[in-house]
Every structure is written in C-alpha cells, then in structure tokens.
Design a protein around this ligand. Structure first.
Ligand code: CTP
Length: 410
C-alpha cells in the first residue's frame, strides 16, 4: 500500500503546457489509493479540459469559483481547504505564484490556498527567463518562507525551444516528493510493532468464531508509524487490506498464532501498538471434521480463555512502550482506565464501538488517550488522520521516557 492511500489531495492545475503531465500525475495518485479533487484555473482548461481529469479522478472537476460536491453539503473554497490533507499545484505558473505570494484570492484555486491550514506544495513550470526573473525569485522566497514546499523545477529542453531551468518535475518524482511531505521522521529507525485485525478461532475445519474488526485502524497506525520513519512490523489477522509499503507483515489467524508471532519479536521492538481485536475465547477442542447438523439438534460449544497478548508483552523485561486499545460499547473511559492499570500499559486508546458512525468497519475513529494521571481527547476524524495524531502523541511520550531513562540519576 502506498503511503498516499486514503489521503485527500487537491490537485490544482494552472495554465501551462506542463498541464498535460498533471493528468498522468492524477492517474498515479488515484492508483495509489488517494482521493484526488482537481481544481482548474480558467487558463489551465485551455490546455487540458476538465473531462480528462474527471474521467481519471472519478470526481467532478472544480473550476473558478464553482462549488463542487466532494462531501454532502457541497464544497466551496473553505470546505475544500478543510477537506484536503494537502494541496499540490502542478504546474504552478509564474503568474499563479505571484498571486499566491501577494495573497490575491480572485479564483477558486488561489482562494482555497489562502484558506489552507495544511501543507501546500508547488511544482513550478515556466520559461527559464521567467524562472530566473527577480520577481519570480522574490515571490518564491516569500512562499517558501511561509511554509510552501517547492518541488523542482528541473533543467532541460523547454517547450518554447529554450534550454535551462523551468521544466516541471517528472510525475514519478512529483509523487515521491508529495509522499515525503507526510514523512515526519519523529520515529526515525525506531522498531515499532503493530497488531491489527480480528482473530479467527476454529470450530471445525471450515468454521470459526470471529469479530467485525476490519483492520483499518491497525493498518492506519502502521502507515502513520512508517511516515514517522519507524521500522514497522505488522502482525495481522485476516483482513482484506493491502500491506503498507515498507512494513514487514506477518499474517496469522488465531489468537494463539498472534500471540506466538507477537511474543517472538516484541523484545526487539521499542513500541507496541496492540490494535488487534483479539478473541478472548477459543473453542476448547475444535472438531477434526466438519460438524454435521444431523448429529446435533442443540450444539454446545465449550470456550476457554485465550491468553492476553498485550498483558504478556507489557510484562516482559525491558518491555516496549505499550499502547492498548479499548473498544467499548459503554462505560468507555472507566473500562479503558481499568484496562490501562490491569494490563500495566503506558497508554490506552479509548475507542467507542457499536454505534452507527464509529468503530469496527467504519472509516472514522473517535479516540481518547489515557495514561496514568492524564488524558487527551484526540477527536473524531478519518482513521488515517486519527492514526497520525496518535502516532505523534505516542512518539512524544515514548521519546520523553527514553530521555528520562537515559538521564543520569542524581
Ligand atoms: N488484547 C490482547 N489479547 C487478548 C485480548 C485483548 O492483546 N486476548 C488487547 C487488544 O489488542 C487491545 C486491548 O487488549 O489492545 C484491549 O482489548 P479489549 O478486547 O477491549 O479488552 P479485553 O481485555 O479483551 O476485555 P473485554 O473484552 O472484557 O472488554
């Protein structure tokens, strides 16, 4: 899975000949699983028309000050700025950058950039003399100073026949640059272990006891840890999700298999996110053959307790920083705090489940962090965004603990 999967990207296109490459960039981002909303300026539509982008993105293209519906309720420049995880303007003309540098907001793309509180990236493309002009240099310096990421341009033959800097970066390179914006590096090289998904407990060779976990939250946590630069091992129950690119994935089925896989590697990891919905019980003696209904009018199963994987990990010598998840249908914070103490965890993530909107199988998460002596509401949002916030908080607490442990005792 690419780290762009699930990201909400506004792809702004302004009027330059390199616009033809932005259609290919769009195709790559969509293939990576990103949700891309294209916003065209009037000049851009003279180069490549909205139909091309619409066909490739599967969304109505936004132009000028038209509102467009990417969410129920419609989208204007403010709603688009809220929706986007990132805005990439490719190609960005000299004129567009000049307007942006001076805070002009006369069209949809520049007004949404002005309303944006997320990362903004520009892929300039223009004639080399325009690129080297002091006005362009000054505008660019201003935009960089305000936090815009500038990708390229590169040197080479130009559409006008000139040779020099001003060509838009190749699309594969732009895609790499865009991905790197999400790479915070706060957990660079830290080995992080994540368990995810449901477990299945066999009743007979063809049936099992399971639960509704989709694995989405665990995979989002693994993805966010990768973005933070961690070395990620993902131990996953059966899910239909792609492994995040760069993670080492071990597939398991039952709680017992998950326990063995987790305990085998836990001592060499520094943080453990136990996101898996581990079955608390397993069938005492699974039938060796398929259970036949003619043989049982009433079928009785005897279930026995599974070991608590998370509690075992927190009990090993020099245990990793342990993060548990408490998925609760009621008494959320009380149950979560009780689990934090009972399992000896560094932190627990309280997560309401069972409602129509949040929890198992849903795209949104609603998380509160609890630790000994404190708590923090992380809020509600898409699981990918919640996972990023969670990893940032855990990284901060983990690094604080490491620093405290390394400090000489007085
Ligand atoms: N967990 C685990 N091993 C188990 C059960 C749970 O490692 N056998 C972990 C989960 O991955 C999660 C945390 O413990 O991080 C809490 O899981 P949850 O199912 O909410 O709690 P339980 O301890 O199983 O308690 P209960 O089901 O009674 O609420």
């Amino acid at each position: 899975m690419s780290s762009m999967a699930g990201k909400q990207v506004v792809l702004g296109v302004t009027g330059g000949i390199a616009a033809y490459k932005s259609a290919e960039l769009l195709r790559l981002l969509v293939r990576d699983g990103a949700h891309v909303q294209v916003v065209l300026t009037r000049a851009a539509a003279q180069f490549v028309g909205p139909r091309t982008y619409q066909a490739l993105s599967g969304r109505r293209v936004a132009m000028e000050t038209d509102a467009v519906s990417v969410e129920p309720g419609g989208m204007d420049h403010i709603a688009l700025a809220h929706w986007a995880d990132v805005v990439l303007v490719a190609p960005a003309t000299a004129d567009f950058m000049a307007r942006l540098a001076h805070g002009l907001a006369g069209d949809l793309l520049s007004s949404l950039c002005l309303a944006l509180e997320k990362p903004l990236a520009l892929a300039p493309a223009m004639n080399r003399a325009m690129w080297e002009h002091p006005a362009t240099r000054a505008n660019l310096a201003l935009l960089r100073e305000r936090g815009a990421a500038v990708f390229g341009p590169e040197d080479g033959a130009q559409a006008c026949g000139d040779q020099g800097p001003g060509r838009m970066l190749e699309v594969a390179e732009l895609r790499r640059c865009l991905e790197s914006l999400f790479h915070t590096g706060v957990l660079r090289s830290v080995p992080v272990l994540v368990s995810a998904g449901p477990t299945r407990e066999a009743l007979d060779p063809v049936r099992y006891l399971g639960n509704y976990s989709s694995g989405r939250m665990g995979y989002a946590v693994a993805g966010a840890a990768l973005e933070a630069g961690a070395q990620v091992t993902l131990i996953s129950g059966p899910v239909s999700l792609e492994t995040p690119a760069g993670a080492r994935c071990v597939s398991v089925r039952s709680a017992a298999e998950m326990r063995d896989a987790v305990l085998a590697v836990a001592p060499v990891h520094r943080i453990f996110f136990s996101v898996a919905a581990v079955s608390d019980y397993r069938c005492d003696t699974p039938a060796p053959r398929k259970i036949r209904k003619e043989e049982h009018e009433v079928l009785q199963l005897r279930l026995i307790r599974n070991p608590d994987i998370l509690a075992e990990v927190s009990g090993i010598p020099e245990a990793p920083f342990t993060v548990g998840f408490a998925a609760e249908t009621e008494g959320l914070l009380e149950h979560a705090r009780a689990k934090l103490l009972a399992k000896g965890l560094d932190l627990i993530v309280a997560n309401p489940v069972g409602g129509a909107e949040y929890g198992f199988g849903r795209r949104h998460g609603d998380l509160t962090l609890l630790w000994e002596g404190g708590s923090l509401v992380l809020g509600r949002d898409r699981k990918e965004l919640m996972a990023r916030r969670l990893v940032r908080e855990v990284a901060r607490r983990y690094l604080e603990r490491e620093t405290a442990d390394a400090a000489p005792a007085h």
